[in-house]
Design a protein around this ligand. Structure first.
Ligand SMILES: [Zn+2]
Length: 149
């Protein structure tokens, strides 16, 4: 398959990119921020919303299957786990406070169920955060410098 890195590879109209004298935004994810990030959170391509971002749990499609947005080139790196933990642990903190204040003491079985739920919620939050970060990166055009790096 031919590597397509520049917008002109997709649109014959782009003779030079970005157009002279402009700081043109990337063509990907042209919709508004809430739409772009919302699609990412839902695990859909932030650019078109018609195809999934992920090939499996967290593996990102190199190109969107529908619009060929360069999803795989977006360096989400450490941001998704950071965001996921920031959100999930704030909710967890509520349970910790309840526990220490003595409002709620789960039995051993319930504690196990809650721990399993926590793990599942963390996994779901991580996937949503990664989708959102890829949406943000795509909209900002923050492509990885070296696709193999
Ligand atoms: Zn797409």
């Amino acid at each position: 398959m031919r590597r397509m890195d520049k917008p002109q590879d997709y649109h014959p109209d782009f003779e030079s990119w970005p157009p002279a004298g402009t700081h043109a935004k990337p063509e990907w994810a042209a919709d508004s921020w809430p739409v772009t990030i919302g699609r990412g959170i839902m695990g859909r391509c932030p650019s078109c919303g018609a195809a999934p971002i992920f090939d499996g749990y967290l593996k990102v499609h190199e190109r969107c299957l529908n619009c060929a947005a360069p999803l795989g080139d977006m360096p989400s790196d450490d941001a998704p786990p950071y965001i996921a933990m920031l959100v999930v642990l704030h909710v967890l903190a509520l349970f910790v406070v309840f526990f220490y204040k003595g409002y709620y003491h789960p039995g051993i079985l319930m504690a196990g169920v809650l721990l399993a739920m926590l793990a599942l919620i963390c996994m779901a939050a991580l996937r949503m955060a990664k989708g959102a970060v890829i949406g943000i990166m795509l909209k900002l055009g923050m492509k990885r410098e070296d696709p193999n790096g």
